[in-house]
Design a protein around this ligand. Sequence first.
Ligand SMILES: [Zn+2]
Ligand SMILES: [Zn+2]
Length: 552
Amino acid sequence: MITTPRRGAPAPLAGDPIPAIGYVRVSKAREEMISPELQREAIREWARRNGRLVLDVVEDTDVSGRHWNRRIMGVIARIEAGEAREGIVWKYSRFGRDRTGCALNLGRINRAGGELVSATEEVDASTAVGRMTRGMLMEIAAFESDRMAEIWAETWAWRIEHGLPPRGGPRIGYRILGRLPNPLGGGTVRDPNTTEVYVPDESSPATELLPHLYEAYVTGGGGFRYGAQLLNEAGVTTTRGKPWTHTAVRRMMDAGFAAGFIHVHDPACTGPHDPTRRRACPNRIHLPGAHEALIGIDLWEAYRERRAAVAAMPRGTRAAEHLYTGTIWCGHCGARHSGAARRYGVRYSCSRYTESGGCAPRSIGEDRITPIVLDMISAYADRIDAEARRITPTVDVGHRVDQVAELTRERDRLDARLDRLLDRLADDTIGREEYQRARERTLAERARVEAELAQAEARAAERREVADRIHVARSLLDEWDTLALPHRRELVRILVDRITVYRQSRNEAHIVVTLADGTTREVDVSTDWDAVAARARAGWQRVAAARRAARG
Ligand SMILES: [Zn+2]
Ligand SMILES: [Zn+2]
């Protein structure tokens, strides 16, 4: 970097606060996440800590984009005139509309002998490395925004225009030609010498199964569960290598790739989302793909009609929410256990089995789980009672809550004092040395108050949390029989982290229960069903014998 003779403001004496102007930029167009208040606060806080005298904070709001440069030019002009020595921004990338703007504006400030500092990026611009870092920070921000807005949208548009699914990746029943393994790492890249194309994969059973699945759905011969079962039995996995579930089959069939379509976010969508988040937008349309279809257009239309008709039907008995729904899991395959009401109470079974025939028919009765859960929660309540007595000694709670408020007021008072000191220095009502001494004293005191405040807040939060936990545990234990199911389930979900079921055979099973505080218990819940059946038979035989004796 070439050093240029500097004009403008004279160099400050050591210890003098450096006069600076804050600059806040807000872009309405880009759905700004960082509010101007936050940027303003960060700039003032940085200035306070680093001995800068903030003359003014200038705010630019980019609504039309046309008036933008006027205010930033005002900041630069004031630095050139020697009124201030520094511009403070929230981030370096805020100092212009784009990479050229940032660099030009920074150049003008430097030529005037001024400097640009960032409240959130620690860079020492007096060194060559620091200046390069600052340049790179600006460059990276510009690159990020370019990449998101332009290159990304271009790729997207190009692929749709050429009938390719925008995100690429494998499709069931197809293989992809025209892609090469990525030489720089995972995934693939387009082969520059040929065109990317999806072709039916004749070696996969899916090419024959898919037409059958659409037909079965249309004729009522079988739905998505049936489809999942067929695909899994044929050894076809999802594109992620997992077994099919009925939801995965529904999503795949609805997307209609096998009917020759690509299913994409509507390019005309005016939804309030930025380009990188449109995957979550439900506004999708079917566009013609470049690939060969596995099913005819008539079958596809019939499928769409029937899907719409089924979706319009009133929902019958939906999968019910039971007490441990969402808390209980299969220890063998990691899937959820789903509950079903039986004559003798609720039974939970591995959902991988009930939905796709995977895993194995593993189930357990709710009546085997509840005594264990209640016993653990009772022990847990005793433990936190003891803990509560430990952290709340004889001092009354009211006094301690006040302590937080008191320390907060104290800190605010010290901040106000720092501001006043700067004002008085600016007004020349105190000397520089006196200012420095008072400032250091105040900062030291502020640090002490801040530390005490943090401790007081932590203690208060801990007490509140323990009180909540005691309340939850006690209500669950006291009112287990009277609470309505949704309420009971809510409390169980707060207290119980996870119930894992291991069923090795019809007779052998054990469960592992983990509470929210991490305590874990493993309990054998095996039942010798043959012995149970034998006991029942013996009982009936005794009754029958007694009846015979009474008649005879
Ligand atoms: Zn959208
Ligand atoms: Zn399982």
